[in-house]
Design a protein around this ligand. Structure first.
Ligand SMILES: Nc1ncnc2c1ncn2[C@@H]1O[C@H](COP(=O)(O)OP(=O)(O)O)[C@@H](O)[C@H]1O
Ligand SMILES: [Mg+2]
Length: 229
C-alpha cells in the first residue's frame, strides 16, 4: 500500500542571530491510509515543528513531505491554504478558535472559503456539532464553553471538509484526565468511522496508547518503537 503521508529526510534549522538551531535532524516516516499514528516525545523534541511541516504550515530546510502523491515543496504559498483545506484537518492544543464567533460559526469557517452556501454550511456544522455532543451549544462562544467543549468544537472544525488526514498536536494537553479520555475516544472513533488517517503528537504515554502504532521522537529524530541509545 502507498503511504498517504511520506516524510523524506526532513531537516529543519532555525537561525537565531548568528546561532543556528537544528530542530529536526533527518526524519523519515511513512503513514498509511486509515492508520492512527502517534509520535511520542518529550517537550522540545521537535513534535510541533514536524507536525507543522507535515501539515504545510511551515517549510522544511531540506527534505520532502509528500501527501497523497503531492510534494508540498512544489505547492506555492498561494495554493497551500486551498490544498490544506482539501486534504487536512488540524486540531491544536489550545483550540485556536476565534473568540468572537459562535461554536457553529467557528466550525463552518473553512466552508466559507470554499464558497459553500450558508444554508448548507449551517446544516453541516449543526450535524457535526450534534455528533460531537454539542447540539445544545451551537450559539455559545468559546469563552462560554469548557476546555473539553472547546476541543470538541475544534475537532468538528477539523472534520467539516471531510479531509482524509487529521493532525492533532497535544489535543488533550490542557484537559483533565476524564475529559482527555472522552476527547480521545471521540477523536479516534470518528477517525475510524470515516476511514481517515490520524497523526497525533504527544508527550503523554497514556495518550499515545490510543495509537495503532507509536514512534518516538528524540532530539529531532524518529525511532521506531523505542528510543535509541
Ligand atoms: N521558530 C523557532 N525558532 C527557533 N527555535 C525554535 C522555533 N520553533 C521551535 N524551536 C525550537 O525547536 C525545538 C523543538 O520545538 P517544538 O517543535 O515546539 O517541540 P515540542 O513540540 O516537541 O515540544 C525547541 O528547542 C524550540 O525551542
Ligand atoms: Mg509541541
Amino acid at each position: 500500500m502507498e503511504p498517504i503521508i511520506k516524510a523524506e529526510n526532513i531537516i529543519k534549522k532555525y537561525r537565531l542571530g548568528n546561532q543556528v538551531v537544528s530542530v529536526l535532524n533527518g526524519i523519515d516516516l511513512k503513514i498509511y491510509p486509515g492508520e492512527i499514528l502517534v509520535i511520542l516525545g518529550t517537550s522540545g523534541s521537535g513534535k510541533t515543528t514536524f507536525l507543522n511541516l507535515a501539515a504545510g504550515l511551515e517549510r522544511p530546510t531540506r527534505g520532502n513531505i509528500v501527501i497523497e502523491g503531492n510534494n508540498l515543496n512544489k505547492i506555492s504559498e498561494k495554493n497551500m491554504a486551498a490544498f490544506r483545506r482539501k486534504y487536512i484537518g488540524f486540531v491544536f492544543q489550545l483550540y485556536n478558535l476565534l473568540p468572537s464567533l459562535t461554536a457553529l460559526e467557528n466550525v463552518v469557517l473553512p466552508l466559507v472559503f470554499e464558497g459553500i452556501p450558508s444554508r448548507e454550511r449551517e446544516k453541516r456544522g449543526r450535524d457535526l456539532l450534534k455528533q460531537m455532543g454539542l447540539g445544545d451549544r451551537l450559539r455559545h462562544k468559546p469563552g462560554e464553553l469548557s476546555g473539553g467543549q472547546r476541543q470538541r468544537v475544534s475537532i468538528a472544525r477539523a472534520l467539516i471538509n471531510n479531509p482524509r488526514i487529521i493532525f492533532a498536536d497535544e489535543p488533550t494537553g490542557n484537559l483533565d484526565s476524564k475529559t482527555t479520555e472522552e476527547i480521545l475516544k471521540l477523536l479516534t472513533a470518528t477517525v475510524r468511522e470515516k476511514g481517515q488517517t490520524l497523526l497525533m503528537v504527544t508527550h503523554d504515554t497514556e495518550v499515545a496508547g490510543y495509537g495503532d502504532r507509536i514512534v518516538e521522537m528524540v532530539d529531532g529524530k524518529i525511532f521506531n518503537g523505542k528510543a535509541g541509545g
